[in-house]
Design a protein around this ligand. Structure first.
Ligand code: NAD
Length: 336
C-alpha cells in the first residue's frame, strides 16, 4: 500500500509514518516544517525516520495547490492520512488568520487530490475541541456539535463538514478522528506536558489554569497511533447507489464517518501535574490562574463507536504515559 502522510514532521504524523513503514507500507511524508514551535524538534523526528527505506519526505505546503496536485498525479497514492494543520487552541485566539491557509485551504486541497485520484480512504485529524461549550459528557459523536469556541475548533469542525460534502457528492470514503489531548515522547512544546516539564526542571513556576479545576481526557501517543492505524484499515462502505458516471448520489448515505479517539477516562489537571512531579522527582511551583478564553472545563471521549468498529480502546494510564514521557524528556533534553 502506498500512503501520503501529511504533517509527517509533526508529533502524531512522525509516529504514524513510523508505524506504517514498520508494517511494510510505502510512505511519502510531507510537511512545511513551519516555525510554530521548535523546528529542530521536527527535524529530529524526521531524522528518526531516515533508517526507514520505505519512507521519503518532501517539504511542501498544503496551501500550494499546484504542488499538491502534482504530488498526487506523480505518486499514485492508495490512501491518505492527513494530519498537517495549524494546531493549538490558544494560539488561534490571537492569530486567527494563521488557520485559514493550512486548515481550510489545505484541507480542501487534500480533498481535491483524493477525489481526482480516487483515493481508497482519507483519514484526517479533527479534534475534541469541536465539542465546544455545554456538550453532554462523555462527548459522543452522535450529538451534533456546532458551537466551537475557538477559531482552531471552528476550522476542525469545518474540515468535518467539507469532508461530508466530498463523501456525499463524490463517494470519497472519509473518516475524521477527534483526538483528545495527546501527550507522550516527542510531544509538542506548546502543549501542557512539555511546557510544564521545561519550567519544573528550571525551578520556574507553571501556570495552572482555572486554579487547577479542569480535567482532560489525556491520551497517550501510542494509543492514538494504534487507533489511526486500525481505522484507516476499516474503510467505510461506499454508497451502493452512488453513480460515479453521473457523479450523483441517489441517497444521502455517504461513506463518511467521525470517531473520537480518547482515553475515555478524564484526569484532573492537578493529578496530571502530580504524576509529572512524581516521575521527575521535583515539586512544581504553581502559579494559579483564572480560566483562559477558548478553554473548556472538561473533555471526556465516548469511545464506544471506535470500539465497535475496530475492537480497540486506548488504555495507557496517565501514570505510565507520563513516566514514558519523562524518560524520553531526560534522554532528549537533559542528556548531553
Ligand atoms: P504538530 O503541529 O506537531 O503537527 C502538524 C504538522 O503539520 C507540523 O509539523 C507542521 O509543520 C505541519 N504543517 C502545518 N501547516 C502546514 C501546511 N500548511 N503545509 C504542510 N505542513 C503543515 O501537531 P500534532 O499534535 O502532531 O497534531 C496532528 C493533527 O492532529 C493536527 O491536525 C492537530 O490539529 C490534530 N490534533 C492534535 C491534538 C493533540 O493533542 N496533539 C489534539 C487534537 C487534534
Amino acid at each position: 500500500m502506498k500512503y501520503l502522510v501529511t504533517g509527517a514532521a509533526g508529533f502524531i504524523g512522525s509516529k504514524v509514518s513510523e508505524r506504517l513503514c514498520a508494517a511494510g507500507h510505502e510512505v511519502v511524508g510531507i510537511d512545511n516544517i513551519n516555525d510554530y514551535y521548535d523546528v529542530n524538534l521536527k527535524l529530529d523526528r524526521l531524522k528518526n525516520l531516515e533508517p526507514q527505506a520505505l519512507f521519503s519526505f518532501q517539504k511542501l505546503d498544503l496551501a500550494d495547490r499546484e504542488a499538491i496536485a502534482t504530488l498526487f498525479a506523480e505518486q499514485g497514492f492508495d490512501r491518505v492520512i492527513h494530519l498537517a494543520a495549524q494546531a493549538g487552541v490558544r494560539y488561534s485566539i490571537d492569530n486567527p488568520m494563521a488557520y485559514a491557509d493550512s486548515n481550510l485551504v489545505g484541507h480542501l486541497t487534500i480533498l481535491e487530490g483524493c477525489r481526482q485520484h480516487k483515493i481508497q480512504h482519507l483519514v484526517y485529524a479533527s479534534s475534541s475541541s469541536v465539542y465546544g461549550l455545554n456538550s453532554k459528557m462523555p462527548f459522543s459523536t452522535d450529538d451534533s456539535v456546532d458551537h466551537p469556541i475557538s477559531l482552531y475548533a471552528a476550522t476542525k469542525k469545518a474540515n468535518e463538514l467539507m469532508s461530508h460534502t466530498y463523501s456525499h457528492l463524490y463517494g470519497l470514503p472519509t473518516t475524521g478522528l477527534r483526538f483528545f489531548t495527546v501527550y507522550g515522547p516527542w510531544s509538542r512544546p506548546d502543549m501542557a506536558m512539555l511546557k510544564f516539564t521545561n519550567k519544573i526542571v528550571k525551578g520556574e513556576p507553571i501556570d495552572v489554569y482555572n486554579h487547577g479545576n479542569l480535567s482532560r481526557d489525556f491520551t497517550y501517543i501510542d494509543d492514538i497511533v494504534e487507533g489511526i492505524i486500525r481505522i484507516q484499515d476499516s474503510i467505510p462502505a461506499a454508497n451502493p447507489d452512488w453513480n460515479a458516471a453521473e457523479s450523483t448520489p441517489a441517497t444521502s448515505s455517504a461513506p463518511y464517518r467521525v470517531f473520537n479517539i480518547g482515553n475515555g477516562s478524564p484526569v484532573k489537571l492537578m493529578d496530571y501535574i502530580s504524576a509529572l512531579e512524581k516521575s521527575l522527582g521535583i515539586e512544581a511551583i504553581k502559579n494559579m490562574m483564572d480560566m483562559q478564553p477558548g478553554d473548556v472545563h472538561s473533555t471526556w471521549a465516548d469511545t464506544e463507536d471506535l470500539f465497535k468498529t475496530v475492537g480497540y480502546k486506548p488504555q495507557t494510564s496517565v501514570e505510565d504515559g507520563v513516566q514514558k514521557f519523562v524518560e524520553w524528556y531526560k534522554e532528549y533534553y537533559l542528556k548531553s
